[in-house]
Write a protein that binds this ligand. Sequence first.
Ligand code: IMP
Length: 186
Amino acid sequence: MQVSFVTGNSGKFAEAEKILKHFGVNILHRDLSIDEIRSDSIEEVASASARFAHAELKEPLFVEDSGLFIPSLNGFPGAYSAWVFRKLGNEGILELAAGKEAEFRACIAYTDVSVAETFTGLVKGKVPEEIRGTGGFGYDPIFIPEKTPEVRHSGEKTFAEAPEMKEALSHRKRALEKFGKYLEKR
Ligand code: IMP
């Protein structure tokens, strides 16, 4: 089975390619510039982007939207994570949320002529007291995933300190696996 992944981010593409291969899915990279709607919901943002991309490309495709959600700040920065990261960076989020619970979420929206489906992956954790680690990107240095017994360093290190831990339990991986299972059955 072949589907297109519409993204400008080659890191996201490489991760999706690796995971979806396990489900017998081959993906094509489409770097198409599409308008993003403004909404508090990553599911709505991803679904609208998938619709816009499908109107243009007319082939089975998916897009992904993700963000960091801090429940005590009503989900901020959430769907605005990319913009907030550019404005405040990790230092700004630490000032607002050091020590607080947080979660990463990723939503994949898939569209072809007859269906529109979303798949959300989530990883719960917390914001440390300081920026830690140099791996990964974005908010990785300020996110410690909650303890998962079988995953080394979970509950202690940030995603940026332990990239192999991120690979094992990321929100994006979880969303991609749900999507892969769905495609396998189609
Ligand atoms: P978008 O899905 O490309 O719009 O990105 C959302 C923003 O959320 C990114 O720019 C990052 O700041 C943040 N983000 C999403 N996923 C991750 C992750 O795995 N690690 C760190 N930051 C992330």
